[in-house]
Design a protein around this ligand. Sequence first.
Ligand SMILES: Nc1ncnc2c1ncn2[C@@H]1O[C@H](COP(=O)(O)OP(=O)(O)OP(=O)(O)O)[C@@H](O)[C@H]1O
Length: 264
Amino acid sequence: MNKEKVLSLQDVKMRFGPKQVLNGVNLEVFQGQIIGYIGPNGAGKSTTVKIMLGLIEGYEGKIEIFGEEIGNGDVSYKRKIGYVPETAELYDNLTACEYLTFTGELYGLHRKEAESKAFQLMKEFGLESVFYQRLSSFSKGMRQKVLIISSLLHDPELLFLDEPLSGLDANSVMVIKEILDQLAARGKTIFYSSHIMDVVEKISNRIILLVDGRVVADGSFSELQAQSTEGTLEGIFNQITGFSEHKEIAEKFVEIVSEANAHA
Ligand SMILES: Nc1ncnc2c1ncn2[C@@H]1O[C@H](COP(=O)(O)OP(=O)(O)OP(=O)(O)O)[C@@H](O)[C@H]1O
């Protein structure tokens, strides 16, 4: 079966002032793929995602989403996208009901439809009793669940998630992993960034490693394993990024911490 090309990036470059952050990113993503987008801090992952979401302008290269070039003025593609940012400003004064109904309406749902769907989804996460409570009273994990619900209310075709499991307990992680699997099985495409390598290893059917604004590895976990002498994704990540000084850095760090104490 020919799967539809959902995303295409050709030689995408981005510079912030003097700093070249993306150095020519090339990617093609197909319907139903679960992409784990990984890389060292500062590699350019969030920048790539924000460019695709239309949140950052001024890039070079060509980006197509659902076959249409973004930046052509037509933003209707955004209605088919869901996004869970790494850190979100939730409107603390709003209740979960108000927040979710508001975001649902932004994505084109009718008010009643958004409210009813939001309540049902909150219930599945065991949060129905706090549906009418202010978000300021929510724990980190509860907020994360609200964000996940808000990204899915309009049943998007393409979902971008930044650290989707941040703050979630082990049981909730199992539920979210299963939800992502089932969405992909229904033809939704998922593109997520995470630093939790064992989760990326398990959830993704394709892993893309970005280093210094370039894709340096791209394949399934077993394909990456075959190209490496390491058995885990953490090991492969360390090997490809050429990082082996964790002990030395830790030793120096702890020494400095202890020195400061000695002078106290
Ligand atoms: N608005 C901005 N202005 C200037 N520099 C920026 C801006 N946004 C990002 N950068 C720089 O671009 C580089 C890549 O940042 P980005 O957030 O894309 O990295 P990342 O791979 O998502 O990192 P992390 O894993 O730490 O979240 C960093 O050096 C960052 O300082």
